[in-house]
Design a protein around this ligand. Structure first.
Ligand SMILES: [Fe+2]
Length: 376
């Protein structure tokens, strides 16, 4: 798999890939990442090696490619042998996707209203309930577009729970595990529980583990307006990175605090508007001007922050970037709260949604395991 040959050198394991590129990996790292049955517990996928006993002076005697190029066997000075798979070597050196990544950045389809599919990403409730293949299609659509509609849902609390649990158990927060959302239900001191216009935002800027997904199922609607708004925050980020890289950098650097207060609750967390993973890919957009808590920057940075934050807001309020979805009984909407902003047009009359959050790791676990089970 991808490796042309290997050799032991004093500085580490030399690898030559089939594309002729080369890399040398330090010996301590090579032993720390060994995958043979002694070095790693194959049952639990946990490390057996005592990392902290490994010397920085460690040096191997020789290295050989084996199992048709699928693994590398290392012979150490003291007669010990370890093995490491070519796949692991390819993953950690960026030759292929990291084991934990579910997709590369470019498999996500960024959008604005004009570039979105004519018929929005959607799945059918009964199919999702009855078929794992339909669930895989559903979670892949959420990963690709950042949102998905579910049609023909049961407009009940039980129906909402049955639907959500096809991805994973819901994420419990101060709002509960499953929660009603209506101007008639004043459970929390939040603008969401009114009939007012809600400008696009992400939820949970006051949690370190902000919800990965958010889902609403419409149980009742008797009124006017109230369309749900979805905006692709990753598309805004990509545009800013292209058009105004200096302002993009400000939103990567400035750590913005958020808070939520009500009787008996005082949550606070902080992170930059654009947060990247260790591969340098944008991982999370956080934008919620309602819940931003007071903070002061040095003069020049303060001015730049306001400029950059306003630029982000301008894009998020630009209706050319909005998808408006009038949710009616029998329809649910789910979206990636780390990528998409959501909002709501004001409404009159009465409306009752039932919703929940999902943890991002649970969502991604479902994609990994279903992809593995159904597409191998
Ligand atoms: Fe919200």
């Amino acid at each position: 798999m991808m490796i042309k040959n290997v050799a032991a050198s004093p500085s580490g394991l030399n690898i030559v890939w089939v594309d002729a590129s080369k890399v040398t990996l330090p010996w301590r790292w090579v032993m720390d990442h060994a995958e043979d049955a002694v070095s790693m517990n194959h049952q639990t996928h946990q490390r057996n090696i005592d990392t902290f006993s490994l010397s920085s002076e460690l040096c191997a005697h020789s290295a050989t490619l084996q199992a048709l190029g699928n693994s590398v066997c290392i012979q150490w000075q003291d007669g010990i042998e370890t093995t490491i798979s070519s796949l692991r070597l390819a993953q950690v050196t960026g030759k292929t996707l990291d084991d934990d990544q579910i997709s590369s950045g470019d498999s996500k389809q960024l959008w604005r209203q004009g570039s979105m599919l004519k018929s929005l990403p959607a799945v059918d409730f009964e199919q999702v309930l009855n078929s794992d293949q339909a669930v895989l299609d559903w979670v892949n659509k959420i990963d690709k577009y950042g949102f998905c509609i579910i049609n023909h849902t049961a407009p009940t609390e039980e129906g909402t729970i049955a639907l959500a649990e096809r991805i994973a158990p819901a994420q419990r927060t101060i709002f509960g595990t499953y929660w009603p959302l209506s101007s008639k239900v004043k459970l929390h001191d939040d603008t969401a529980y009114t009939q007012d216009f809600l400008s696009p935002h992400t939820d949970g800027c006051y949690y370190y583990n902000a919800a990965g997904l958010q889902m609403f199922n419409c149980l009742e609607f008797d009124g006017e307006g109230g369309e749900s708004i979805v905006v692709d925050g990753f598309a805004i980020a990509a545009k800013m990175k292209r058009q105004c890289p200096d302002l993009y950098a400000v939103l990567c650097d400035v750590i913005v605090p958020g808070h939520y207060k009500e009787k008996g609750v005082h949550l606070a967390a902080e992170r930059p508007t654009f947060r990247h993973d260790r591969h340098g890919n944008l991982e999370q957009v956080t934008f919620n001007n309602y819940d931003r808590s007071p903070f002061l920057l040095p003069d020049q940075q303060q001015a730049l922050f306001y400029q950059a934050y306003a630029e982000f807001n301008r894009h998020s309020m630009d209706q050319a970037n909005w998808i408006k979805i009038p949710l009616r009984p029998g329809m649910a909407l789910i979206f990636d709260n780390w990528r998409c902003l959501h909002g709501r047009m004001s409404y009159s009359g009465s409306r009752f949604f039932y919703g929940c959050y999902h943890d991002r790791a649970d969502f991604q676990s479902r994609i990994r395991t279903l992809s593995n089970d159904l597409t191998q």
